[in-house]
Design a protein around this ligand. Sequence first.
Ligand code: N01
Length: 544
Amino acid sequence: MTTKTSPDYEVVVIGAGVTGIYQTYLIDKIGLTVLGIDAAPDVGGTWFWNRYPGCRLDTESYAYGYFALKGIMPDWSWSERFAGQPEMLRYVNEAADKMGVRKHYQFKTKVISTVFNEDEELWVVTLDDGKSLSCRFLISATGPLSASNMPYFKGLKDFKGKAFHSSDWPTDEKGLAKNTDFSGKRVGVIGTGATGVQIIPIVAETAKDLFVFQRSPNWCTPLGNTPLSKDDMELIRTRFPTILEYVKTTPTAFPYHRDKRKASEVTAEERTKIFEDLYNESGYGIWLSSFRDLLLSRESNQFLANFVAKKIRERVKDPIVAEKLIPVDHPFGAKRVPMETNYYESYNQDNVHLVDIKSIPIKEFTETGVTIGEDHYDLDVIIFATGFDGVTGSLDRIDIRGHDGLRLVEAWEDGPSTYLGLQARGFPNFFALVGPHNGSAFCNVGVCGALQAEWVTRMIEYLKDRDLTYAQPLQSAEDEWTKAVYADFERTLMAETNAWWVKVTEKPDGTIVRRTLVYVGGGPEYRKRCEEVAYNDYEGFELH
Ligand code: N01
């Protein structure tokens, strides 16, 4: 029987995004006290912050989100195959209404620190309003892409025009992206990842001049977005149960399984036909349903890379520009493939200029623009689509201290060490949803995050039913899991690429340590392992 002090809340959930609000809802449903905390004034997470024009899902709308929650969103209708940000935010808001979770949230609040109290076996959470509160279980749902990467540039503070990160786009009183008409303006975009690739064609439509400052090109393929009619939606609705069961069987919870063959097992003509069909289909099929050895065999990868490079050369009229847009530093799909709409065609417009900042980097910003080498570019607006400090970035920004004052940021200095990507030894009762080394960050988060929240809820219920106040991984279980995660990743072509899911650290002696932040074993394998652990009374965890 526990004699521990009762905490203020049984559970604190950090984050009011797609996964966080569902976690809060589930904890409330099992009858435990729960407080949700979010820096934003309302729910939405990534869909709240990222309001840049062109922002939209790259997952089929109907394969994302709460469709598994029978009774919560059965009457929701999507208007497009890949929903745009305003629709996504409406969707998360309606989900929050249906779940009735807002009353559990404290918004406009940041968590500054969380410290584990060893005697009472609870977490003391300190907020930016100066208040502290305690909870038995702490769950982070801070999102894999929520800590913006805003690089330091000399002179940027002197720039007299407008400059902002894509996740901090100026909005109007309705919360919609403002300044989307760039008529007469000279605009610079820095960054050509998925965000830049969505922004660039839209800005190109109106800007007087658009300068794309590119450090490295990405392999981009067509999104193929289409409206969904009422009839389409009715049909989709009848299929929701089947769609859900299907996406749960695929590695990434996107509605795609890989071709069971290796690329070398078919003729060159067949390969081209397969690639052509996938390129013309909408969505991630080309990345996620082409040959099974795409990310394991250099030869297989090169077949697809050559195909996509040819497409870029066909679509971009100026051959010099086309070559600059073809990646040479990473295999196809070793970074997340940006899904584009008229991206390559933008470079055929006279007002769009591609500037290579790899060979000649940015020297400095000035009051009127940016200097690159000897050239100065006059600009009115600068958009930083420079990405995020992926997966662990949002946790690193909270001072999380476990046993003996151990800081999480230090424990994970050379890369995360976890059990099931959910807990780390030394940080009892702390669960990271869609965090490092679990089957959710490299996944359709709308589905995988929800499944993970359900698993964590069951574990907390198990602990409560047995009056247990403490759960942390055994060192052996954590070591085994972490070793396997790193080894699986090393076997893929992704291991050689600095995507946002790779942590790169330079040691004092100059050694570079590169560690994956994601688990690449696939959702079904991940959940199988989690269910085995649960069935075996949370095997691998130290509980009391
Ligand atoms: O970020 P990124 P993102 N100087 O890291 C460049 C998801 N997402 O926001 O490659 C100059 O991919 C950097 O250059 P380099 C999706 O999972 C989804 O675009 O490092 N340039 C790169 O070009 C995606 O993968 C959707 O050489 C600098 C860019 O900035 C993830 O978010 C839409 C720089 C960053 O690209 C991240 O995408 C959007 C510097 N100092 C995003 N620092 C959907 O469709 C960075 N860069 C749902």
